[in-house]
Design a binder for this molecule. Structure first.
Ligand code: AKG
Length: 311
């Protein structure tokens, strides 16, 4: 029987309690030389300060095109449209998210083992890592809905049993992200505080929250306090940019009222020393496509010939 893990980040409470300083480092270098990897000391400092980092032109246009062609094929694939990991927009049949994308596609799976990506992951988490969750968020032109302000870690802790803040999201833009098509917005510095949220989690909460998140969101006062103190940033740029953000950084995005679609890929890497325990909200674990408990062996970097396969 699993022993109970101490809950360092209590949330989904009956009554509000004040936010508090995170109990985990932002970069888990653990006595190692933290510059041993692709990220420079100034990039590490920026990530530590802001809770995110943007690397333009991470994927070249030809590679991005291949990923986008795959997405187009998925949008027409009946099997994928009907699968549990495909979430449609509220009240519509348009795709909002496809979860478990690296399980569906060899090309996406190979990208999780790209040596440069894994080098950065190891540098930030100070250990080997595996994929906790992967997803594509589609935002079709005119109709794509937004995402409410939240910390991913709050949900992963409460609903998936992720014990500590030792995970990082890699988001690669597969279309241009402009001020008009609902780019990701982040509050720099918000990752330093944990904001406990109010409200008991119903069983199978994800069926609702993945369309519109109403529970596990900070109060408007907390969001305003952090945004007034630190501002909001919305990185924009051509397709192929990489945004890496710490698991507790508050983020959100607006609806896409422009004619131009926006699709962004997210890989969440979790440390192998931070594997999931029982969900801290007391419910049964969410399905594997949201909180992977099955394929948790350390990811190994691919060598160049494997990366070049066109598959
Ligand atoms: C999430 O999937 O947790 C997000 O907040 C994504 C926001 C976006 O895709 O704009």
């Amino acid at each position: 029987m699993e022993t109970r893990t101490e809950d360092l980040y209590p949330t989904r409470l009956e009554r509000p309690i004040p936010s508090f300083e995170r109990k985990d480092p932002v970069i888990h270098s653990l006595g190692r030389d933290r510059t041993d990897g692709p990220l420079s000391e100034s990039q590490l400092k920026q990530y530590e300060r802001d809770g995110f980092l943007v690397l333009g032109s991470f994927l070249d246009p030809a590679t991005v095109r291949k990923f986008r062609d795959d997405l187009r094929a998925y949008e027409e694939d009946e099997g994928i449209l009907r699968s549990e990991g495909t979430i449609t927009e509220p009240g519509k049949q348009e795709i909002r998210s496809i979860f478990g994308i690296h399980e569906l596609s060899e090309r996406f799976d190979r990208l999780t083992r790209d040596p440069e990506i894994l080098g950065m992951v190891h540098q930030l988490l100070g250990s080997d890592a595996y994929i906790h969750q992967s997803r594509i968020n589609f935002k079709p032109g005119f109709h794509g809905k937004g995402f409410d302000w939240h910390s991913d870690f709050e949900t992963w802790h409460a609903e998936d049993g992720m014990p500590r803040m030792r995970a990082v999201s890699f988001s690669i833009t597969l279309t241009d992200n402009t001020p008009f098509n609902g780019p990701l917005m982040l509050i720099p510095g918000s990752h330093r505080q944990f904001i406990p949220c109010v409200g008991r989690t119903p069983e199978d909460h994800y069926r609702h929250s993945l369309k519109k998140q109403e529970l596990g969101v900070p109060s408007e006062q907390d969001i305003a306090r952090l945004a007034n103190a630190h501002g909001i940033q919305a990185p924009t740029g051509p397709a192929g940019s990489l945004i890496l953000f710490e698991c507790n950084t508050l983020h959100a995005s607006n609806a896409n009222l422009s004619p131009w679609p926006r699709s962004n890929l997210f890989f969440v890497f979790n440390s192998v020393e931070n594997r999931l325990v029982q969900p801290f909200c007391g419910n049964k674990p969410r399905p594997d496509f949201l909180g992977n408990r099955t394929r948790t062996e350390a990811l190994r970097p691919l060598d160049a010939p494997e990366l070049r396969q066109t598959g």
